[in-house]
Design a protein. Structure first.
Lengths: 214, 363, 197
């Protein structure tokens, strides 16, 4: 019963909520941006500022690099690990081909899958522990950040539990947690997966137009 | 008449004697060669006379196959780890260890520790700060140290709980969940244990690098130990870490690394390690894990409800000065001496709601 | 009730590996899994002996004792079987078994073992007898058809015997008596062959 719901109705709902929500939020951001008129004198191109800011965001500034080393390293560990195992692990590729795209593509071997998930786990736990312990990040973290982190952790943990492919219950648990995450995704800080480009571009363009060396 | 009769009877007697003798001869004569043969063989070889005492001719071979004296490695067309070994004796030793030693003694060990802690708590209660809080805060653990600690805590308990479920689940959880239900739990635990396991190596390495500086034993630790760590009252002096904390650190290091090494041997079974190595690894893994889990009960008790003011050192990074004075007075003096330069001590200006905004240098 | 046993006669086994092939063929075991293997001791030396070995269906089975999920069970015939639905692939039975009988499919090579597979005495598994599910997961169920395991049935020299322990021990006792009639000469032959000592 629950299994059929998770595989059928819940999955469709989650998929619709996810895609509609993400597109809705992206459109909202783009429309808001276009309504805004910047009256300042253009000292430099806003476009180059937007591009530069997007690139510049990938590595830390020299002044703070020593202080945020853990965040940068753990951040890259988590995001790269998650990216690899989300899109290139054999079970995921098979699932995506069956349910979304209809075609398969390159997969990583099983050991790569394991290594990627080790790295992603280490990164996620370190980042969350750091978020809670560091007084600054704790102050600026909202409830949505913590819920998002916990949901991602639960998804990864149930995925790891289902690794043995021992029973359909564990697989259903994993899919259910993924569906929860997908429904929560568009309405939370998890949107940064898509928003990081426009938000960096916005700041970069704003500063670039004023001649700030981004 | 009598003469004839006598002659007749004498002949009869002779005939009977002859008959008996010839009968005896017929019976005995075939035995003579045996007697001679036996005698001759007795002279030439005394061994062959006792066929019963001869051992089975292949006894040494089969003893070796049973690994009674030495290990005989055979060969097999089937390619595989240990496929040439017919009988592996270590399996039975491992079974005896796991079922008759590790499981019962581990359970007794943990139960006894928990009982002791509960009794101690009931007798002594929470150890209060003498004279209350001073309001002065000292930086005890840097952000990196705390991050490493809580990372290790998370990984340790994920592994500890999954490991204990795998060890005791058959006897504790199968009656509750049923065999099918527990199978799902156990499969999840096994995969989690295998996947999260290698992260413990990262955790132990981080703890080693970040905590080793103040954890070497010195002369003060002897007095600390002889006074029983202040467990039975009275004041004991200690530096940044007391002898108990140092012992815990080194236990984590020794058994933590043993756990990691043996865990990797068990986890990644694709490098051709045989059953003997894996069984031995499992023995070390089980003992180390149960020691660390048991001692961690004490660590958790002292860090949380046992001693007032300890936990905040690991959560916020700062401890109250009166806590430092009463538990780590040498460290307090050290910190006071360098207070101005390092800004280690801060006046807790407002109440505890305003957390120290800037973390100490070296984060 | 009968108690099923394997017996392999080292004086008869010629290491033809027919039992291994028969087992693989009858049970369609996955690649990399060998429920039965022939081990040769002193290969190429005087006194070479071979033995075919698989699960020996122990009375006090170490695998069943150490299994953390208790997935083993013994049938009325004394055959030790396991439930692959319950098995979690931890490998403990592999550590405990003296004969190296438990096998793990190597399709998932790194870290994670698949579910354990071992000799079933051609008695299938806990699934419905002669169902397709039983065949794909556990192999043939010859016992339910009244037949003995194919490895023993196929053995060309009748070195590998399978069946009721009482019958087997009678057969073996007769063999020993026949050989034992010339036990002294036998010993001489063993000596010549370099086994003894």
């Amino acid at each position: 019963m629950f299994e059929q719901l998770v595989d059928g109705v819940f999955w469709n709902i989650a998929l619709i909520v996810f895609f509609v929500g993400v597109i809705w939020r992206l459109i909202t951001v783009l429309v808001l941006r276009s309504k805004r008129i910047d009256y300042s004198v253009a000292r430099n191109s806003g476009v180059s500022g937007a591009v530069m800011a997007n690139i510049r965001g990938f590595y830390p500034r020299k002044e703070v690099s020593a202080r945020i080393r853990l965040q940068v390293i753990a951040g890259y560990m988590f995001h790269l690990g998650l990216f690899v195992l989300l899109f290139f692990a054999a079970p995921h590729v098979k699932f995506i081909a069956q349910h979304i795209t209809g075609f398969t593509y390159m997969t990583i071997p099983y050991w790569g899958f394991i290594v990627a998930s080790e790295i992603a786990f280490a990164g996620l736990i370190l980042l969350w522990v750091h978020r809670v312990l560091n007084p600054v990040t704790r102050l600026i973290s909202k409830r949505s950040d913590h819920i998002g982190t916990i949901l991602v952790f639960v998804v990864m943990l149930t995925g790891c539990m289902a690794l043995g492919e021992a029973s359909s219950e564990l697989r259903v648990l994993h899919r259910f947690s993924v569906e929860l995450l997908m429904v929560y995704f568009p309405f939370s800080a998890l949107m940064h997966a898509f928003m990081f480009i426009p938000s960096r571009a916005f700041t970069g363009a704003f500063l670039g137009r004023r001649g700030v060396n981004v | 008449m009598t003469g004839i009769k006598d002659k007749k009877s004498a002949r009869m007697r002779k005939a009977v004697y002859c008959c008996v003798l010839s009968l005896l001869f017929v019976l005995v004569a075939p035995l003579i060669p045996y007697v001679i043969d036996a005698h001759a063989e007795d002279v030439t070889s005394s061994k062959a006379n006792k066929p019963v005492a001869l051992q089975h001719p292949g006894i040494n071979l089969w003893n070796d196959v049973r690994q009674r004296n030495e290990v005989t490695q055979g060969s097999s067309q089937v390619i595989g780890v240990d496929s040439g070994i017919l009988i592996n004796k270590t399996g039975e030793d491992w079974r005896r260890f796991r079922m008759q030693m590790l499981m019962p003694y581990g359970a007794y060990f943990m139960a006894a520790t928990i009982t002791t802690i509960v009794l101690f708590f009931l007798l002594r209660g929470k150890l209060r700060l003498p004279g209350g809080r001073s309001g002065e805060l000292l930086c005890r653990f840097s952000l990196n140290q705390r991050t490493a600690h809580w990372f290790a805590v998370g990984v340790f308990w994920l592994l500890g709980i999954t490991g204990l479920i795998l060890l005791y689940g058959r006897f504790v959880l199968i009656p509750l969940l049923g065999a099918d239900g527990f199978s799902i739990t156990a499969s999840a635990c096994k995969e989690m244990h295998n996947l999260i396991g290698p992260l413990f190596l990262l955790a132990v390495l981080a703890l080693l690098v970040l905590y080793i500086k103040d954890n070497f034993f010195n002369r003060d630790d002897i007095t600390w130990i002889t006074k029983g760590g202040g467990m039975f009252g009275g004041h004991v002096s200690a530096g940044r870490f007391n002898a108990g904390e140092k012992t815990w650190f080194w236990l984590v290091m020794i058994f933590g690394f043993l756990l990691c090494i043996t865990g990797l041997v068990l986890d990644f079974s694709v490098f051709g390690q045989g059953r003997e190595i894996m069984a031995l690894s499992h023995v070390i893994h089980g003992i180390s894990a149960l020691i660390l889990i048991t001692v961690s009960f004490g660590h958790i008790y002292l860090g949380t409800i046992g001693v007032e003011g300890t936990l905040e050192g690991m959560t916020t990074g700062y401890v109250d000065a009166s806590w430092a004075k009463s538990h780590h007075d040498f460290w307090y003096e050290e910190m006071s001496a360098t207070v101005e330069e390092q800004q280690g001590i801060k006046k807790d200006v407002a109440s505890s709601s305003t957390k120290p905004a800037s973390s100490p240098a070296g984060d | 009730m009968a108690r099923m046993k394997f017996y392999c006669d080292a004086e008869r086994c010629i290491e033809c590996n027919g039992c291994v092939t028969a087992c693989k063929n009858e049970n369609e075991v996955p690649w990399g899994v060998n429920r039965r293997r022939v081990v040769t001791i002193k290969d190429g030396e005087p006194g070479e002996r071979s033995l075919s070995v698989a699960c020996m269906h122990c009375s006090d089975a170490p695998c069943a004792a150490v299994c953390p999920v208790d997935c083993f069970y013994t049938t009325d015939d004394g055959i030790v079987l396991h439930d692959k639905d319950t098995c979690i692939g931890c490998g403990y039975c592999f550590y405990a078994c003296p004969f190296g009988a438990p096998q793990f499919p190597s399709s998932v090579a790194f870290a994670s073992r698949g579910k354990m597979d071992k000799c079933t005495f051609c008695a299938g598994g806990p699934e419905e007898t002669h169902s397709a599910d039983e065949y794909t997961r556990y192999g043939a169920n010859r016992i339910a058809e009244g037949k003995l395991p194919l490895c023993a049935e196929m053995c060309s020299t009748k070195a590998l015997l399978a069946g009721d322990a009482d019958v087997l021990s009678d057969i073996y006792r007769k063999r020993v008596i026949n050989r034992g009639a010339s036990v002294l000469n036998w010993g001489v032959q063993y000596k010549k062959a370099g086994i003894d000592g």
